[in-house]
Design a protein around this ligand. Structure first.
Ligand code: ATP
Length: 232
């Protein structure tokens, strides 16, 4: 592709106190679409997601953000990390505070973000976030990440622990955001789910990229599955 990628990493490796989590990662994040980073438990997805986001500095290799350092990135961490005792609204307000949004702009943003939440959450903005279902909390965590109006949104295993119906609801929200032009990076254990939603897929195994492509590539499903499980 001709367009300059938004984020590029080259030769990235990461060690946690002697544990090698990633090695030799080359990856370009292009504007638009959903990039899936897929792999089993411990394959290195969260580590790579945080390095792409920039809150974790890799122990080796380079990360380049194109054009400007002002690229707005938001990460929804695994487990959502909402403030459980704060209300849904307060959770969104904390993100507004962090992004320097207040006054009239805050009220407008809150209204916009509430639109993206299901009716049953919209009507309960003042209850503790911890009393919502897991899927509802995931949707609030996504709304919170959108407060800063990100150009790139990174979602770490948004389906984890959710009922199948809630997984569908969360994924349709993710697809809607991508259609609105937010470049989305989806970390997921499920290759099948990623094949449905993602425009590009990178498969990680034991900290290395072992396959890349998309569901349009003939045979990619099987190639990616073999790479995922190490049976190729
Ligand atoms: P999961 O789906 O379980 O979150 P993952 O694919 O996101 O897995 P990572 O969380 O990036 O993988 O972990 C990659 C490797 O690094 C694993 O072996 C993990 O045990 C190790 N690791 C991750 N975080 C730390 C840490 N803070 N200290 C030591 N080792 C870590």
């Amino acid at each position: 592709r001709a367009a300059t990628p938004l984020i590029s990493v080259r030769g990235v490796e990461h060690h946690y106190a002697g544990v090698r989590a990633l090695s030799g990662i080359d990856l370009d994040v292009h504007a638009g679409g959903i990039l899936g980073i897929v792999g089993a438990n411990g394959a290195g997805k969260s580590t790579l997601g945080r390095i792409l986001h920039g809150d974790l500095h890799s122990t080796g290799g380079t990360r380049t953000v194109t054009g400007t350092d002002a690229l707005r990135l938001s990460l929804v961490p695994e487990g959502r990390a909402l403030f459980r005792t704060l209300s849904v609204r307060e959770n969104l307000e904390v993100a507004a505070y962090a992004a320097g949004i207040s006054g009239r702009r805050l009220r407008t943003r809150l209204e916009e973000l509430q639109h993206g939440l299901p009716e049953r959450v919209r009507t309960r903005m003042n209850i503790p976030a911890g009393s919502l279902s897991g899927g509802e909390q995931q949707l609030v965590a996504i709304a919170r990440a959108l407060m800063a109006d990100p150009e790139v949104l990174i979602l770490d295993e948004p389906a984890l622990g959710l009922s199948p119906a809630m997984v569908d609801e969360v994924y349709s929200q993710v697809n809607a955001l991508a259609r609105r032009g937010i470049t989305t990076i989806l970390l997921d254990q499920s290759l099948a789910r990623a094949l449905e939603s993602c425009s590009e897929i990178v498969v990680l195994r034991q900290g290395e990229v072992v396959a890349r492509g998309n569901s349009g590539t003939p045979g990619f499903g099987q190639i990616a599955e073999a790479a995922y499980f190490g049976t190729e």
